[in-house]
Design a binder for this molecule. Structure first.
Ligand code: GCU
Length: 682
């Protein structure tokens, strides 16, 4: 542990293979840093600490090439001179080159960033190569990030609580103030930067009266202290703001975005923020959503609201990240309204109206981070608007860091989904990577799963979700397998039994979670409020718009154009036809798009009801199997983490059994159809 907490994937355990360590020492025994800046110093410190720990000796530092360099860290013009012009020009602002070079009889390893931020990412890459025991000779690695914005959204409140947090209290806030000690925040910045993150919003999108003060003189000096820590690791600070702040803290009688006083108020706020934080990233805004105020109150639309804030930030280079999680509460009796339609219906008509320092942040699915949802049809539907993807790293609906659920495979499906917005190949990753439509700002945001628990994430294996989010935001083409194995090696070492077992458990875990929870894409069925554990009708007669419509004959939501809510019509062809038709709709999304009888046959050959029974029995068996596989690792993993994970898996088993029995009993009672295999249903 670093201090009192887990170093996660930055453990840098001593390399035992002496031959390999010797090879690494050859390339990293000396470290020459050309240039200086706070970020370059971070890169140097990371290399020094990492190399010392991995190789058992600190690299000899120099600022001069005459000292026979082995590793040269730079983002300077001098470094540029050693590489082909084409290579240099091919580097984006945060890109880097790692290259072994022979020069005048000397061999050295060049770590060249396009900027000092690129150099920092290159430093972490080099360390990762050693942590994963890769050879260093004849390296030629050129990397550019796949997304410009690679952001973490915290849902932390000033009192120290964390909305949907399952890992203790906030790292940033305690009792209405910002924490005094920053050493853990610095380690957090290191973790994030090492995974490729370059932006962070520190407070909840639900912004209360206390949090409004974050953009005032009373708290800005403290926010600036946090920003300093993150800046040294290339991470820009954002704040979530309340749209009604001019009324709550400004003493104005309105928050109307077209009111000149309101506009002036926000301009002055921006000026003060930038006096404290010159490179402030901007605002994250949840407006007209779940009781948060917004422009609609004043008969203004989302574009008018967002553009007003953007205008205040523009002179300083700030961004407005405007969230599209907007829907109306509804009457459960009303079958024509469909929450899934809402984001598209609200925002699509506004395409082209947002100024270019606004970026719309769209949740991956049309509902709300369920274990299985189709991709939001808004991706690619607004070709004249900046868009970014929002994922939920915190496991609100996917086991709350009690159950193992590695989300990278889910995110990969989202990123690889072909929207067909501009023909074949218009994948979500290409859209948010800015490769389909020209857009100034785009990328990925993930809702943090971190708190002040010793292991940061409640469940130690949930660290893999934070790591995986960062790695995917940097390179969405990485496979889930690569990320899982890399994380396991960095975090648990290289014993082949450990690597294989843990990698496979991670990769299977999302599917396993899906098996024992809500079936076939229907979602929800969770306990209202906290959202852990089963309650099939918990939201069925509520105003949240999250229904399954199960009766004695069948289940599912008819979202077709022909007989349902018409949601399928929001997709581009051929997705629209694929989801519309019962024949082509994928099994795993069947109940999201269609209402079918329990006797409907899936492509797998099973009936819906038998599928429900089978998957729920299987889900529990698979968790039992996780426990068996984990216990075989005893002695190969330190006792603390071994016991911790074991106790989490046992908790998960209880949860899975509860889900199995509630779901199976519910549908047996509704349908009257027994399990073909005669298993125990209560
Ligand atoms: C979910 C979550 C809320 C959160 C909201 C949001 O609905 O349950 O706690 O505020 O998403 O994303 O704004």
């Amino acid at each position: 542990t670093i201090g009192d907490y887990d170093p996660c994937w930055l453990r840098y355990e001593r390399i035992e293979d002496e031959a390999l360590a010797e090879q690494y020492r050859k390339w990293c025994g000396n470290l020459t840093v050309l240039g200086s800046s706070p970020i370059l110093e971070s890169a140097r410190d990371e290399l020094t600490a990492g190399i010392s720990s991995l190789l058992g000796v600190a690299p000899a530092l120099s600022r001069d090439l005459r000292d026979f360099p082995s590793l040269v860290l730079t983002a300077s013009a001098e470094g540029r001179g050693w590489v082909d012009r084409r290579v240099w020009e091919g580097l984006d602002e945060e890109g880097y080159l790692l290259k072994t070079v022979e020069r005048g009889g000397d061999a050295f390893l060049l770590l060249l960033g396009k900027t000092d931020r690129g150099a920092l990412y290159g430093a972490f890459h080099l360390l990762r190569l050693m942590q994963t025991r890769r050879p260093l000779h004849s390296l030629e690695i050129v990397e550019n990030p796949g997304n410009r914005l690679r952001m973490i959204n915290h849902w932390d409140n000033l009192d120290g609580s964390v909305e949907r947090g399952y890992a203790g209290k906030s790292l940033f806030f305690r009792k209405g103030r910002i924490v005094r000690r920053l050493d853990r925040i610095r380690d957090y910045a290191r973790l994030l930067a090492s995974a490729g993150i370059n932006a962070i919003s520190i407070n909840n999108v639900n912004v209360g009266p206390d949090e409004c003060r974050l953009i005032t003189g009373s708290l800005l000096p403290d926010v600036a202290r946090l920003a300093d820590v993150f800046r040294a690791y290339g991470i820009r600070m954002f704040l979530s703001v309340n749209f009604a702040s001019p009324m709550w803290i400004g003493g104005l009688s309105t928050a109307d975005p077209l009111d000149p006083e309101v506009r002036r108020w926000w301009r002055e706020r921006a000026e003060e923020i930038y006096r404290h934080i010159p490179d402030f990233g901007g605002f994250v805004v949840k407006a007209d959503s779940e009781h948060q105020p917004g422009p609609l109150t004043y008969n203004r639309d989302h574009a008018e609201g967002a553009n007003m804030l953007a205008e205040a930030l523009r002179p300083h280079g700030g961004l407005v990240v405007w969230r599209c999680f907007v829907y109306n509460f509804q009457d459960w009796r009303d079958r024509s309204t469909d929450r899934a339609r809402a984001a598209y219906d609200h925002f699509k008509p506004l395409d082209g109206r947002f100024v270019d320092n606004v970026v719309l942040q769209v949740k991956n699915g049309p509902m709300d981070f369920q274990v299985r949802e189709p991709v939001s049809p808004l991706f690619g539907a607004m070709e004249r608007t900046n868009q970014m993807l929002e994922l939920q790293i915190t496991q609100e609906y996917t086991g709350q860091q009690k159950d193992l659920c590695f989300l990278v495979p889910q995110w990969k499906e989202v990123l690889d989904f072909d929207t067909h917005a501009a023909g074949k190949g218009s994948t979500v990753k290409a859209i948010v990577g800015g490769k389909v439509f020209p857009c100034r700002h785009s990328g990925m945001a993930g809702v943090s799963n971190v708190g002040d628990d010793r292991n940061w994430t409640g469940h130690t294996l949930a660290q893999a979700n934070l790591y995986g989010f960062g790695r995917l935001a940097w390179n969405p083409d990485l496979s889930a397998e690569e990320i899982a194995e890399e994380w396991v090696r960095l975090t648990f070492g290289h014993d082949s039994r450990v690597v294989e077992t843990l990698r496979d458990m991670l990769l299977e875990s999302w599917r396993v979670y899906e098996l024992y929870t809500a079936p076939l894409g229907v979602g929800w069925m969770v306990k209202p409020g906290h959202h852990y554990g089963p309650d099939v009708d918990g939201y069925e007669y509520s105003y949240w718009g999250t229904y399954h419509y199960a009766d004695h004959r069948g289940i599912g939501v008819d979202r077709t154009m022909k007989t349902g809510t018409g949601f399928t019509g929001q997709y581009f062809s051929p997705n629209r036809e694929r989801f519309e038709s019962l024949e082509t709709c994928p099994d795993e999304l069947l109940l999201f798009f269609h209402h079918v009888p329990y006797t409907h046959r899936l492509k797998s050959g099973e009936t819906v009801i038998q599928h429900i029974y089978n998957t729920h029995f299987e889900g529990v068996e698979r968790v039992e199997d996780f426990i068996r596989r984990w216990t075989r690792l005893k002695g190969k993993i330190d006792a603390e983490r071994y016991e911790h994970v074991l106790s989490k898996l046992r908790e998960q088993l209880e949860n899975a059994r509860e889900w199995r029995d509630v779901i199976n009993a519910y549908f047996f009672r509704k349908s009257g159809i027994p399990d073909e295999k005669g298993r125990k249903i209560y």
